[in-house]
Write a protein of this length. Structure first.
Length: 148
């Protein structure tokens, strides 16, 4: 039996793979935006949001910052929480109930966002792990200070 303080290697690997998956998803999202910023802006405008080109650039830059946080572990909990809020906004803005009648697949897209949010919330609660993580966030510091 392993002591309570021991950390199983599979847990370390799972956390690192999860961080890579999060980063990979946001790299792809940002890459799609950068490769066709006007198309992204058109999609945003079609959802009824103002200043579509500005919002497209903000989204792409925000996603790049999320990638950095997930890869480095810096401000990890904060980034995961902000990403969860962002994904929730995307679910309602682009796949919300108003779109289900016109296309049943939109309901599936909507629900998929919540599984992603669940993973992000779990990641925020448990942190970036102990390996390859800068762990410079405010939330993590508070938890460490309380444990001391």
């Amino acid at each position: 039996m392993m002591p309570a303080t021991a950390h199983a290697p599979w847990k370390t690997a799972a956390v690192l793979v999860a961080r890579l998956i999060f980063a990979g998803l946001f790299i792809m999202a940002a890459g799609f935006k950068f490769s066709n910023m006007t198309g992204t802006a058109d999609f945003i405008a079609a959802a009824g949001l103002p200043a579509a080109l500005f919002l497209a650039w903000c989204a792409a830059l925000f996603e790049c910052l999320l990638v950095l946080a997930f890869l480095t572990g810096a401000c990890f909990a904060e980034a995961a929480l902000l990403a969860a809020v962002y994904v929730l906004f995307l679910a309602f803005a682009f796949h919300g109930p108003g779109r289900w009648a016109g296309n049943q697949a939109e309901f599936g897209f909507f629900i998929d966002h919540f599984t992603f949010i669940a993973g992000l919330l779990f990641a925020a609660a448990h942190g970036p792990g102990r390996v390859l993580a800068l762990d410079r966030g405010l939330i993590g510091r508070r938890q460490e200070e309380q444990a001391i």
